[in-house]
Design a protein around this ligand. Structure first.
Ligand code: ATP
Length: 364
């Protein structure tokens, strides 16, 4: 029996499938880059493809964008097969590759007109679509500047503008935050979020925080396979069998550290509570790390409110998320072993050929 496909659909949502990937494999020569990979992605979501370098993110996205042919398996976008109907699939997709396909000598407006024409936007709609794409990506103030004069962050925005200028159903963004500074990262995150609803978005990254803050659903890819999928909370639950939450409160005459700790311990599913360094410096503020067997955040808020304790912060522990990702991304013995085996075989072949070749330049 076939295992259920990892899906981006949340419980009770029946929006319709935008992407359906079944048993996808992609080989470069005899090297497997992706496979077996199966997944479905539902309409209107922002989905993150998270994996370390070389995990297979770019290869998967290039197959989706009809930029590479799969070796085997089937990939459908909006019900259309990427091998059988690539032109129709391309019309439904906006794609920002890891290196944006920009022409430095063109102005932003000229380039977006060009991209819109390539995507088949009707002449009557062209100027409106170009203006809309520039407004959404906040590049309109630089419309008449040549692309070569823009910062890397702006170039990425223009790259996204070309991906959405034809209003595609699906927007595929390969590492859009790569090389951006912290301010540009925050702006890019907002831009990606602003695409939600009108488009289904799939975004790749090797940075957990980017994915977890921007995406509704996460697919973790390792050695070309999806090893876990779900919301951030579901992934933590799968791996850690629970959740770690940092709770910051304002202490008062009625809320001593001991009383707060006791209140937290009484919450259902809480296993352990420990006082940790205060998340904010200052007197009268304390932070407690809560270990629980499930998502206890709502119950913690209720318990603290009932006990009249002033809650000033409640966050999932960052280290928890990091550890989930690192655990999920650890390369399997399989891939590492195959690489080591290839190296050993090459070394043995070299040794053999050296042994059978008479040494040159030796003593006569
Ligand atoms: P990165 O974030 O570093 O780009 P990635 O997760 O996007 O990594 P891919 O670029 O898809 O991963 O690469 C997956 C595997 O395929 C890697 O082992 C990579 O070396 C290999 N690979 C990618 N492109 C080619 C190519 N054109 N020819 C041969 N091997 C390739």
């Amino acid at each position: 029996m076939r295992a259920p496909l990892p899906t981006s659909r949340g419980p009770g949502e029946l929006n319709g499938t935008v992407i359906e990937i079944r048993d996808l494999y992609k080989y470069y020569g005899d090297q497997k880059a992706v496979g077996p990979l199966s997944a479905t992605i539902e309409k209107g979501q922002i989905v993150g493809l998270l994996g370390l370098n070389g995990a297979g993110k770019t290869t998967t996205l290039r197959v989706l964008a009809c930029d590479l042919l799969p070796t085997s398996g089937s990939v459908r976008v909006g019900g259309l097969d990427v091998v059988e109907r690539p032109d129709e699939v391309r019309a439904r997709i906006g794609y920002l590759p890891d290196t944006p396909p920009l022409y430095g000598e063109m102005t932003v407006r000229e380039y977006l007109r060009y991209a819109a024409k390539l995507h088949g936007v009707a002449r009557a709609d062209l100027e409106r679509r170009v203006t809309e794409a520039m407004e959404l990506t906040e590049t309109i103030d630089r419309a008449d500047d040549v692309i070569a004069s823009l910062s890397h962050g702006f170039k990425q925005r223009v790259g996204i503008a070309q991906a959405i200028v034809h209003k595609p159903e699906l927007v595929v963004l390969d590492e859009p935050i790569s090389g951006l500074d912290p301010v540009q990262i925050v702006e890019m995150r907002e831009l990606v979020r602003s695409l939600r609803g009108e488009h289904t978005v799939i975004v790749s990254s090797h940075i957990l925080q980017e994915i977890s803050e921007t995406c509704d659903q996460i697919f973790v890819i390792r050695d070309g396979e999806i090893v876990a999928s779900g919301t951030e909370a579901e992934l933590s639950g799968q791996l850690l069998q629970g959740m770690r939450v940092d709770v910051t409160v304002r202490l008062g005459s009625d809320s001593s550290p001991d009383r707060v700790q006791d209140t937290l311990k009484e919450v259902d599913k809480v296993r352990e509570v420990e006082a940790v360094d205060a998340a904010e410096p200052g007197k009268g503020i304390a932070t407690f790390r809560v270990l629980a067997t499930g998502d206890v955040r709502t119950d913690i808020v209720k318990a603290l409110v009932a006990a009249d304790v002033a809650l000033i912060g409640l966050t999932r522990s960052e280290r928890e998320l990091e550890s989930v990702f690192l655990e999920l991304s650890k390369t399997t013995g399989g891939a590492a072993e195959r690489r080591a085996k290839r190296k050993r075989a090459a070394k043995a072949a070299r040794a053999e050929s050296n042994a059978s070749t008479p040494p040159s330049g030796g003593a006569a």
